[in-house]
Design a protein. Structure first.
Length: 281
């Protein structure tokens, strides 16, 4: 057999690859950067200068230093009321002193009550306890005073203290004489008399002239003060049926309080009680 002719295989036309069209690229608009606006500058205020408040210095109290008093000597009889003034301005003040006496025989009367007034107003009062003596100090010169005096068994009396008696820095003397009441009868217990007296000294037994002695009535809570005389002696009249406390005191110096009583006593009595002061206790 004749070989069959070889029929060539059909040529397959190779397709050319289609060009790939790139996808359209979206144009991205590039934004321009926004200009940076600077923040507003805050102006810092300069602190205002502070004016300090004026400093006012506190007032300084001026302490008046008293000059020591010169010691004086006298050959005259010592006056139990020599220590009259308690004010620094002694030259501008006056005082009066005296005794209350029975007019018929000049007997000194203890227990007489004196009230000092000026223009109807009560200034001071006192009851006589030592030989009928009394004293009113720190009085204004040039002023008229009235002294009202009373005592059981006697007629009341008013004494006018004329301004001429009151000289600056001086002590005037007033004499008071009472007339006895003939119709007065003092019988029974009402006639009882109780007196408390004594002397004030220090540890060395030296008399303490001018020291304040206070008598307190523990029943009605009233108190009476007297100044010890130049011998350091004092005296009080006591009421019946009462309980008392007596003590002496001057600044930081004082005595122990002493109790005395007239409760239940049926006869007149004089109590003697010396007081010794101690300082700084």
């Amino acid at each position: 057999e004749e070989p069959k002719p070889v029929v060539p295989a059909p040529v397959v036309k190779k397709e050319e690859p289609k060009p790939v069209t790139p996808a359209p690229v979206a144009a991205v608009k590039k934004e321009e950067p926004k200009p940076v606006v600077p923040a507003p500058v805050v102006k810092k205020e300069e602190p205002k200068p502070t004016t300090p408040a004026p400093v006012i210095p506190a007032p300084v109290a001026v302490v008046k230093k008293e000059e020591p008093k010169p010691a004086t000597t006298s050959t005259e009889e010592e006056d139990p009321f020599a220590s009259v003034f308690e004010s620094d301005d002694k030259a501008a003040l006056s005082a009066i002193k005296g005794n209350v006496m029975k007019k018929s025989n000049s007997e000194n009367l203890n227990g007489a009550k004196l009230i000092l007034k000026a223009n109807g107003r009560k200034i001071d009062s006192i009851t006589t306890v030592v030989n009928g003596g009394f004293m009113f100090s720190k009085l204004k010169p040039g002023t008229n005073y009235e002294l009202y005096v009373s005592r059981k068994g006697y007629f009341d009396q008013k004494v006018t203290v004329n301004s001429s008696v009151l000289q600056p820095g001086q002590t005037g003397t007033v004499k008071v004489q009472l007339d006895a009441d003939p119709n007065f009868k003092d019988t029974g217990e009402s006639g009882l008399v109780f007196v408390l007296k004594g002397k004030v000294t220090n540890d060395s037994n030296n008399p303490q002239a001018g020291i304040t002695v206070t008598l307190t009535n523990n029943i009605d809570k009233t108190s009476v003060e007297v100044k010890a005389d130049q011998k350091g002696e004092y005296s009080f009249n006591l009421k019946k049926q009462c309980h008392y406390t007596v003590k002496a005191e001057r600044g930081s110096c004082k005595s122990l309080p002493i109790n005395k009583s007239t409760i239940g006593l049926q006869a007149s009595q004089t109590f003697e009680q010396n007081l010794v002061i101690k300082c700084g206790e």
